[in-house]
Write a protein that binds this ligand. Structure first.
Ligand SMILES: *[C@@H]1O[C@H](CO)[C@@H](O)[C@H](O)[C@H]1NC(C)=O
Ligand SMILES: *[C@@H]1O[C@H](CO)[C@@H](O)[C@H](O)[C@H]1NC(C)=O
Ligand SMILES: *[C@@H]1O[C@H](CO)[C@@H](O)[C@H](O)[C@H]1NC(C)=O
Length: 381
């Protein structure tokens, strides 16, 4: 009651609160102007760049190339490869799945990150990045790297979601891809992208090896997936099944080891370097019900996709020249394209299929292993 009588202080408080609120609102609006949606041709294309391992640029040598390719090979070849991929595919979004820089060899983390992402920035195409286990080994911490990334031009990356008060890691966020402008799905997110920080190394003394996606992150994922599904399946234009989801992070899940030649597309040329414990995130995604595919990096000479319990588990394939690889086995990148259903009335409907292929960094950017990851009719039960 007393508070209500103190009119002046209340007004001052309101004024201050208003000022405090305006700035973030403007920032959010600026972000929304870059809202992603399907193109008028009913497609949305994503280029995944895994493990650039960028360091200092032209003074940083290439690893695991043929003896004849050693001379004149550096980080600049990684840059040239991204530029070629962007011109060949003209993606709608570029996703960097960690180990963007190889911190141990980068003298200045910010400079290395700027150079690593420069082709994406110059292309004017929206791009995002998550962290690997090597990004923090230079002059910036994991938090510092992610905070630097979000300041770069054209990125839709976020340090962490504003609706999660406590969350492990840096670089957990989601993106909603709207239906075609002017179609019945123009106000619906018809494709949902989730990005998570899979950590670097275990901090639990009794658990050796790599990090994993923690319960706080899984909880945020569950809440976000549930919220998106509720919106999609409510009026207006209530849908019967959730919109498909795609999940991007760095370190593969233990479930990537459940495949062999008989049930994957691509190659497995090294072990699956997941955490030594199972975080349960695969089960969390299966239970959520919307995720159709997961894309990781980390193991540079594995590039397969295999389907388990309705979810495709895919590697991007090693991209960077200062990353270990296999001499004579080309650096590569994965492309994913989601296609909408063509409808009579309003042009374009919801997502009908999701396809993938890879391109090799050879003379012709040869496309390989093209296949369907998911389609509404065959696997949406
Ligand atoms: C690296 O780039 C140089 C300069 O364009 C080129 O001559 C060389 O063939 C490239 N090396 C590889 C392994 O692609
Ligand atoms: C989408 O939202 C806009 C703005 O509220 C509205 O004008 C338009 O009719 C909506 N489209 C559909 C298909 O509901
Ligand atoms: C793949 O096939 C092998 C047998 O060749 C089998 O042991 C394994 O369970 C299969 N994996 C999946 C995910 O279906």
């Amino acid at each position: 009651m007393m508070v209500h009588r103190k009119k002046k202080p209340a007004l001052v408080i309101v004024a201050v609160l208003t000022l405090l609120c305006i700035a973030p609102t403007l920032a959010v609006n600026a972000k929304q102007e870059r809202k992603l949606r399907f193109r008028q041709n009913g497609e949305f294309k994503i280029l995944q760049v895994a493990d650039m391992h960028f360091a200092n640029g032209k003074t940083t040598p290439c690893l695991d190339v043929l003896p004849s390719q050693v001379a004149g090979c550096s980080d600049l070849n990684t840059t040239a490869f991204i530029n070629r991929m962007i011109s060949a595919e003209k993606p709608d979004l570029i996703v960097f799945t960690g180990d963007n820089i190889f911190g141990f060899d980068a003298t200045d983390a910010a400079k290395s990150l700027n150079a690593a992402f420069a082709p994406a920035i110059a292309s004017n195409i929206p791009w995002v990045a998550v962290l690997g286990n090597h990004d923090q080994e230079s002059t910036l911490s994991r938090e510092g790297v992610m905070k630097h990334i979000v300041t770069l031009k054209n990125t839709l990356s976020q340090v962490n979601p504003s609706d999660a008060h406590i969350i492990d890691g840096f670089g957990n966020y989601n993106l909603e891809i709207g239906g075609v402008k002017g179609s019945g799905f123009e106000n619906k997110s018809v494709l949902n992208l989730y990005f998570l920080d899979s950590g670097d190394y275990s901090t639990v003394p009794s658990v050796p090896g790599y990090g994993w996606i923690k319960p706080s992150q899984q909880f945020w994922f569950e809440q976000t997936s549930a919220r998106l599904q509720r919106a999609y399946m409510s009026k207006p234009a209530a849908q019967k099944a959730p919109a498909p989801g795609l999940v991007y992070f760095h370190i593969p899940l233990p479930e990537f080891a459940y495949f062999d030649q008989s049930n994957f597309t691509g190659v497995r040329q090294e072990g699956i370097s997941s955490a030594s414990v199972n975080s349960g995130f695969f089960t969390t995604m299966v239970a959520a019900g919307d995720v159709k595919a997961v894309f990781t990096g980390h193991d540079h000479v594995n590039d397969f996709c295999g389907r388990l319990t309705g979810i495709q588990l895919c590697y991007g394939g090693g991209f960077g020249y200062h990353a270990y690889g296999k001499a004579g086995w080309e650096r590569r990148a994965r492309v994913v394209v989601a296609s909408l259903e063509k409808t009579e009335k309003r042009g374009w409907g919801d997502v009908k299929s999701i396809k993938t292929w890879k391109r090799l960094d050879d003379e012709h950017l040869t496309g390989v292993d093209g296949h369907v990851l998911w389609s509404k009719t065959s696997s949406d039960s």
